[in-house]
Design a protein around this ligand. Sequence first.
Ligand code: HEC
Length: 443
Amino acid sequence: MFHRINLLLICCLLLSACQMNTTPNFSEDIAPIVQQKCIKCHQQNGGGPFPLTNYQEIASKGQLIAHVVQQKIMPPWPADPEYAHFTGELALSDKEINQIQKWVTSGMPAGDSSLQLELPPNQQIKNSNFIVVKLPQPFLIKGDNKDHFFVAKYPIQVPANTYIEAIEFVPHQLKLVHHMNAHLINYSETQTAFPHSAPYWVDQNQQESQRIHKDLNLCYTDGSYPAMTPSVCNYLPGAQFSKYPEGIGGFSLTKQAVLYINDIHFGPSPIPVIDSSYFKIYLTDKAPVRPVKEFQIGTLGLSPVVPDLSIPANQIKTFKIEFTVPEDISILNMVPHMHLIGKKFKSYAIKPSGDTVRLIAINQWDFRWQYFYRPPHLLKLPRGSQIYVEAVYDNTSQNPNNPFSPPQLIRDRNGSMKTTDEMLQLILTYIPYKKGDEDLPNE
Ligand code: HEC
């Protein structure tokens, strides 16, 4: 008996020693990583600049891949996976990063070089009752090699008030559309509005934010605001569309409505490009069960940034926000938001019991990857919880994202959305808490 256990132990040791020494090969070790963490963007006609779907394509970019994964530039996942986990997390583990380095330095052995990676299946929604909503005037992206951020409105007209099951965004210029966030504005029949007249979009880099909303004619003619349902559709390369969990449902839709895009980000282009990205709105006769709400805290929101968001030239400065949760809530989505010179973002909540709930940490803020982070299960915060946000901005010339050279004073100018001004926000989408929410998966 003793002898057999010993033998087993030796075998195990030998086996793991062998595994440690084996050189990773493409088909067994690298393909599964690329399959899981890269291919949703890096496929033919995907959001990434080139496909990574077979040995040839991956090996020919081997050195570059080793570099971008080591530097954690790719896959794009700014949230710190050691602080909090989210649905669809893309970050690579240290082990996966090491495997890729080892594979590249050992000459990229193929294993089975004929292996073709499987493309992820298209998400399907089993509802053929949809309408297509297009922009009456497509986006015009300047050919100036700069990022462009547009605010836009897509008018919707339906014959009678109804409900929405899900909304799908269909990007046109796949290599340029970097992210898109849409809200739904429903107009009441008893008030007059101009939501269907031009202009349909404004390039934020060219306009002050106050003008943008005025120009888009989103209010009623008396200046009051219609009802807005936040975050009804969010897009990033590789994401198709997302639905809220069963038991929450979709959204109400009135006869006159607008999908308000705030914002859509296009990457740099050397030539002028027209973009006709559109939406598919899946209708249903089922009313939403639990309408979704939002807290926008920080700039323009429910509690102020302390001190005032103003970062003198050549300084690195930290700011804070505090917010008390007014009722028991279940968080669906978290959106940290800063502009170009943001560096770090961290948020947590302290419950009345004294326990800390980690919300999100971003150690290397990247303005170009603005994610909507979904906790894997609905996240409960009881009434009276105190939410804290701490954010660091770097307005020195050492910051490669500084839009000014030499650095200049950068501040929040009345909530200007220009990228060269700053903002600090945490936007939480939530529903009032109900027993059992913690067990609801949030995929
Ligand atoms: C969410 C979509 C997405 C995922 C997932 C993704 N990429 Fe990318 N990748 C991009 C985009 C978009 C670019 C173009 C550069 C940019 O916009 O930042 C890019 C650029 C690159 C580049 C070129 C970088 C350069 O400097 O030229 C490499 C190499 C790369 N990705 C490798 C990977 C690898 C390896 C993975 C998986 C481990 C991965 N990417 C996952 C979207 C993605």
